[in-house]
Design a protein around this ligand. Structure first.
Ligand code: RFL
Length: 400
């Protein structure tokens, strides 16, 4: 440690104030475990970063169980229908009436994060905003440390019994894992989405999935005035490559507005390019360092699983940390990785299935891609006609 570094101590250092870190922080705080959340960004940024919106019923139950669901129960909207559109027509699945009869709650991630943060701070929780974790040191001992750089550039250091890496896929937790300590499974699905937020009321009372020869288009309500859209596009295109007019024309075409009704247009207020990728780290623990949320595994957003898995893992990790720190029982921590990986791989499998259901060859027309396009068409036809496949879909679509 250099002279200029300040040293602070706690039981658990949580890296990242996203859904995983804030659920974990709240649950530790609730049970009286001393912890701190270190967050690289400023509070205003964290509270306005728009990402997920579809929360599974199980996620809502977890948040309810810990008194963290007040906002989403008040302002979130139940959602249980999706509509598929393709050259073969359209069909709807009321997944709330299929499978295990579960629904989504639509509640923008930034609102959930704001609720979690407000609650954490109100109950005495500590969040150090503008503080970037640089590295996790000594994770193979029982006194790991986290080196940080504060908003003013000053270095610092935290010591703890455990470190929870909830700082996403590019965070310090992943970077600090020694080579060979974990294995990374990775899949680039070869698909790119232009993700858009539009100040436009939803155009369907369902999640819309359009399978089109020009590429996939998706429609997801966020609020009564805001809609999220996705457009499959070329790898490498800048987010601002398409004008608003081109975006709406393309959405209209792929969603088959001429046949099924025009889209409600509005200003595109946010856009970003997402390459659909998935990865999983195994195991999710290196000594005193545990990984949760996107840091543990990235699920492509095709099936809306990431935030749901983050909340689930945070609850499992919180229970295990409490058992260890308050009761000297480390069984939960020992089982943490295997328990979470079972959920993660199921979500990965379903999300991969969704990608193959929704995306065609996009620009290529060799025999192999035509073959895969026909498989996809047949897969959609099975979903349209097979009740048992619909039940399977509903169970995996809304569950974690
Ligand atoms: P987050 O939310 O990325 O939070 C990590 C936090 O860590 C901070 N951080 C650091 N802090 C300190 N030091 C460092 N070195 C740090 N490095 C990073 C970051 O600033 C950030 O605040 O991770 P977390 O908590 O694991 O939560 C994961 C979810 O955010 C993510 O899985 C979902 O958003 C995925 N996702 C969706 N998930 C759903 O369940 N339902 C959906 O409908 C859904 N839609 C989506 C999505 C993700 C999308 N994108 C942008 C990939 C839609 C999109 C477009």
């Amino acid at each position: 440690m250099t002279d200029r570094q300040t040293l602070s101590t706690t039981d658990v250092v949580v890296l990242g104030a996203g859904p995983a870190g804030l659920v974990l922080g709240n649950l530790l705080q609730e049970r009286g475990v001393d912890c701190v959340v270190l967050e690289r960004a400023e509070r205003a940024y964290v509270q306005t970063r728009a990402r997920a919106g579809f929360l599974a019923a199980h996620t809502v139950r977890i948040l309810e169980r810990h008194g963290l669901a007040e906002g989403l129960l008040r302002r979130g909207r139940a959602h249980s229908v999706c509509e598929f559109r393709s050259a073969d027509g359209r069909f709807r699945l009321d997944y709330g009436a299929l499978g295990q009869g579960e629904r989504h709650t639509v509640y923008p991630q930034q609102q959930l994060v704001t609720d979690l943060l407000t609650r954490f701070l109100a109950s005495g929780g500590r969040v150090e905003f503008g503080t970037e974790a640089v590295a996790v040191l000594d994770a193979d001992t029982d006194r790991p440390a986290v080196t940080v750089r504060g908003a003013d550039g000053r270095p610092g250091r935290w010591r703890a019994r455990y470190v929870a890496g909830c700082d996403g896929r590019h965070g310090a937790a992943r970077r600090s894992l020694p080579a060979g300590s974990v294995r990374r499974y990775h899949c680039d699905h070869g698909v790119t989405w232009l993700g858009l937020l539009a100040e436009a009321p939803p155009s369907l009372d369902a999640v819309g999935y359009a399978v089109h020869e020009r590429g996939f288009a998706g429609h997801m309500a966020r609020t009564s005035e805001i809609t999220r859209y996705y457009l499959q596009c070329e790898r490498g295109i800048p987010a601002d490559a398409w004008s608003e007019e081109r975006i709406w024309d393309e959405l209209e075409l792929r969603m088959r507005g001429a046949e099924y009704g025009p889209l409600n247009r509005g200003r595109v207020v946010r856009r970003g390019v997402v390459d659909l990728e998935s990865d999983v780290l195994e195991p999710l623990r290196h000594g005193s360092l545990f990984l949760a949320g996107d840091a543990a595994g990235l699920v492509s957003p095709s099936a809306a699983k990431g935030a749901n898995l983050a909340v689930l893992q945070a609850e499992i990790l919180a229970g295990a940390l409490v058992d260890d720190l308050l009761h000297g029982d480390s069984a939960g921590l020992d089982a943490y990785s295997a328990r979470c990986l079972a959920y993660i791989w199921r979500a990965q499998e379903f999300s991969h299935w969704m990608i193959r259901l929704l995306h065609g060859s996009y620009g290529t027309s060799d025999g192999r891609s035509l073959f895969h396009d026909s498989l996809r068409r047949s897969r959609l036809a099975s979903l349209r006609t097979s009740r048992s496949l619909q039940d399977w879909f509903a169970e995996h679509y809304v569950g974690v």
